[in-house]
Design a protein around this ligand. Structure first.
Ligand code: ARG
Length: 258
């Protein structure tokens, strides 16, 4: 029958179309490896951290975003970014919601209990931002002060160790800086590069010369995913060797000369 034939043809073409759609979207289970289907590398981040990750219109851009996209490319994978609270990144990685956590994330002993870290890709510091004319001249003067931090960051952890200090936790580093401008707090402890970005756009703020700590950033990966850890380290190495990583960094961090 003609009608029957038509229907079965339609069904067949619908299958073909949907298979093609599946193949290109690649939203299938990341953990199920299939040889001919491109896997998606899902990056968890908190895009409130210029120049490493921040919003540019509808896009999330920055050093981490571009570096992770380049890692995915090295691995022949598609790439996707999931934006979330900083606190949610490690749970997203351990829970399998994301493959990698890339968020200017400092390697710390306590995080190493929950995730593996890739080789490091940047050196960083925690710095102190104060209002111009502040009586806080160095990290030692933070005793007994009101300090703003981004919740769950190393700045938060270090500030909590300062004697008699009152720590105000904000969801975004930028909100801590706003609070400082409004004199609700006395200082902000935050990573050096974002500090420069935030201070650049505000008036009457300065970064103290003496940094609080030295740290290193790396990519967080689930402990049970050693295979991905090795692949990511391999990709990072070739991005370092080829100069591609330096190129990405230079695009977002202008030399200190200016
Ligand atoms: N380096 C600090 C930490 O690891 C702060 C990172 C904040 N990153 C972000 N995307 N908000 O705790």
């Amino acid at each position: 029958m003609n009608m029957k034939k038509l229907i079965s043809m339609l069904l067949i073409s619908a299958c073909i179309v949907s298979m093609a759609a599946c193949g290109s979207k690649d939203e299938g289970d990341k953990k199920e490896e299939s040889a001919d289907e491109k896997q998606t590398l899902v990056m968890a981040t908190n895009a409130e951290f210029p120049p490493y990750e921040f919003h540019d219109g509808d896009d999330i851009v920055g050093i981490d975003a571009e570096m992770a996209a380049a890692v995915a490319e090295e691995l022949g994978m598609d790439f996707k970014i999931e934006d979330m609270a900083f606190e949610s990144i490690i749970p997203a990685v351990t829970g399998g919601k994301a493959d990698i956590g890339v968020a200017g994330m400092t390697v710390t002993e306590s995080r190493l209990k929950n995730v593996n870290f890739s080789d490091t890709y940047a050196k960083a510091t925690q710095v102190v931002i104060v209002k111009e004319g502040s009586d806080i001249a160095g990290p030692d003067d933070l005793t007994g002060k009101k300090i703003g931090v981004q919740l769950g960051t190393t700045g938060d952890i270090y500030a909590s160790d300062i004697e008699n200090a009152e720590v105000e936790q904000y969801n975004k580093g930028f909100e801590a800086v706003q609070a400082l401008i409004q004199e609700k707090i006395d200082a902000v402890v935050i990573d050096g590069e974002p500090a420069k970005e935030f201070v650049k756009d505000a008036e009457g703020l300065k970064i103290l010369d003496e940094a609080f700590t030295e740290e290193e950033y790396a990519i967080a990966i689930a402990k049970d995913n050693e295979e991905l850890l090795e692949k990511v380290n391999g990709a990072l190495k070739s991005l370092k060797d080829s100069g591609k990583l330096d190129e990405i960094v230079a695009k977002y961090i202008k030399s200190d000369a200016e």
